[in-house]
Design a protein around this ligand. Structure first.
Ligand code: SAM
Ligand code: SF4
Length: 327
């Protein structure tokens, strides 16, 4: 359906858990006091109710995210339900964003369920650095999962958050590695969502700086390649591959935003960078679908025109972290 700015909203990102087996330093605090009470997490039944209603309102792409979606124990129950929607052509795509820790275990099942593309977050290809930024992650485990998923014909997109004085020196190696392995790649600017220990402006490395670093080695040419997400793509002739840039801070893409988000405890956010939200739980309890449809329609129609991130603030949004709204 269309929102009040004429944007077609056809894409939802559903966070199925706020829990995660990693603690990326820019995502959430190492000891996170803001996790939802386990009782609050939506059951598969409630997730199904919300999904049914969203599909009726014209949602065509569903991305499962988290926290780490694959640490949710009954994740396959919900994904099997969505897989049926996919097979009945009620949705066009079932997508997943993952940190890759559980991919080796789930690659085959995901492929059977019709998941054709996944985003894997990877901010360094150096084991020690990867361990540092994720607070304990094992790079080898992630790589094993990625290559297994590729073997199962799942197309891989690597998402790398640009982090000043952390991975500036890995921009080129990550591009070369993705090109060699035929993985898509997007570099993302860090967002001030949630107050973490280090200042966001110290973490921030702009897309502009990343492009300057790349231009010393490779020429990038404009490309008309589009995806359902916010990346703007360039072509690198030397590597014969595309590279995407997501610039929520330096050049926001709100005019073309087609997304809404649902948290694992049933809060709908029509914009990641805005605190406006609606708690769907009271309506989910009533079992009255027409009421749920009414609320969802209203939220979608009133999607804010744009976010108001400012990287100089300690954090624009304090107690909501990316592991709650997902990415
Ligand atoms: N755990 C999964 C993963 O890491 O892919 C899914 C959830 S994670 C919150 C989704 C994406 O958000 C990841 O690509 C992560 O790097 C990104 N992310 C987390 N915190 C961020 C922040 N403050 N700014 C920009 N991206 C962030
Ligand atoms: Fe976990 Fe993903 Fe956040 Fe890293 S970015 S801590 S993997 S939810």
């Amino acid at each position: 359906m269309l929102d009040n700015f004429g944007r077609k909203v056809n894409y939802v990102r559903i966070s199925v858990t706020d829990r995660c087996d990693l603690r990326c330093k820019y995502c959430m605090p190492e000891s996170n006091p803001y996790f939802y009470d386990k009782k609050e997490i939506l059951s598969t039944k409630k997730l199904e109710k919300i999904s049914n209603a969203l599909v009726k309102l014209g949602i065509k792409k569903i991305r499962i995210t988290g926290g780490e979606p694959l640490v949710r124990k009954d994740i396959i129950d919900y994904m099997s339900f969505l897989s049926k929607k996919l097979k009945q052509n009620k949705i066009d795509e079932l997508l997943l964003t993952t940190n890759g820790t559980q991919l080796a275990k789930y690659a085959s099942t995901l492929s059977h369920l019709g998941v054709k593309r996944i985003n894997v977050s990877l901010d360094s290809l150096i084991s020690e650095k990867f361990k540092f930024i994720t607070n304990g992650g094992k790079l080898d485990q992630i790589l094993e999962g990625i290559f297994l998923a590729r073997e199962k014909n799942i197309s891989i997109k690597i998402n790398t958050v640009l982090l000043n004085k952390f991975n500036d020196d890995e921009i080129i190696p990550i591009m070369e590695w993705c090109a060699k392995n035929k993985f898509k790649l997007s570099f993302i600017e860090v967002m001030p969502i949630g107050e973490v220990s280090s200042s966001r402006s110290l973490q921030y490395l702009s897309v502009k700086t990343a492009k300057e670093i790349i231009s010393k080695k490779f020429e990038l040419v404009d490309s008309s390649l589009k995806s359902s997400g916010p990346s703007s793509y360039f072509f690198c002739k030397k590597l014969n591959s595309y590279v995407g840039f997501i610039s929520p801070i330096s050049d926001h893409f709100c005019l073309t935003c087609n997304r809404i988000r649902i948290t694992s405890n049933g809060i709908i956010y029509p914009c990641l960078g805005d605190n406006n939200s609606v708690n769907l739980n009271p309506i989910l309890e009533t079992n009255k679908e027409y009421k749920l449809l009414e609320v969802l329609k209203n939220v979608i129609f009133n999607k804010p025109e744009k976010h108001n991130f400012n990287i100089d603030e300690k954090s624009y949004i304090k107690k909501r972290f990316m592991n709650t709204t997902g990415g």
